[in-house]
Write a protein that binds this ligand. Sequence first.
Ligand code: UGA
Length: 320
Amino acid sequence: MTGKVIVTGAAGFIGSHLCEHLLDKGYRVIGIDSLTDYYSPERKRGHIKQAIGHKGFTLVEEDLNDCDIETLLDETECVFHLAAQAGVRGSWGSEFNHYVSSNIVATQRLLEVLKGHGSIPLVFASSSSVYGDTREIPMREGQSLKPVSPYGATKLSAEHLCELYHINFGLRYVALRYFTVFGPRQRPDMAFSRFITASLGDEPVEVYGEGTQTRDFTYVSDAVAATAQAMLYDGPQRVFNIGGGNRSSILDVLSTIERLIGKKLEIRFDAPAKGDVLDTWADTGRARAELGFEPTVSLETGLEAEIDWYRSHLRVMEGG
Ligand code: UGA
């Protein structure tokens, strides 16, 4: 065994893949997850089934806002903080409470505990949504940040909190700005999941806006490799873009899905979603130079893997 690490959000999309990756590398992993019902807790249990079968894995099924984190920290080499209320478009209205509680209050609570353990680094899962609807693309870590969704505002607040604990208490942290991660287990509210399940179920797909918006899509294993690597980073930078280099429009993605599934999609165009940005595109120069980040999975290969996962896990029957 290499050592012990903690992963918050262990049963989530990226968190569950990260746990498996770290277990494969020989780490003991304490996974914390409260299995919120933002989407099916049963589905999340499926995500961590493989990790749970590993002798190096322990699941602490608790909310970070209640959990006694201190008692878990003995001999911990790193805390990966991926637990969050995710989702850009659902962060308006009364739902915002969940975003504040999970993304800001829980992060501050974790930082308060970690400030007494200066040697334990924190790897924080941030988001490309902190940049907002900028024309300055590719996005660079040092540029101005003006999130346009309440979700993005909470992720930026959490980044600021990490920096405050770094300045005042010497806490070591790295914030990774993930750019629209996809692949097996992708959250059901995300575009690819919705498009694939609609297609396999012979339902129309819904496109917000004209479909010309672009995203720098990142395959989950590339995001996970960067996340694990960040634990070992001890240099001067604290924020990194993690983008897969698969920049594509939603219309192009839909054509690729049509080709891969072998079926024409019925597309319904809806109003653009409030809080959505038009384009994302990561400048990954810093992550490449400092973390050795090298994304390897193309949009097409990653989409094939996500489609296969949906076919085998959700047993959605293809129509004729
Ligand atoms: C994603 C994640 O959901 C966030 O948690 C994450 O923080 C963020 O990436 C990020 O990169 O920071 P998003 O880029 O909105 O957010 O990813 P998708 O949900 O996959 O949406 C991509 C695009 O497809 C958006 O423009 C969205 O409006 C569009 N979309 C989504 C549709 O047109 N139809 C749908 O049914 C779903």
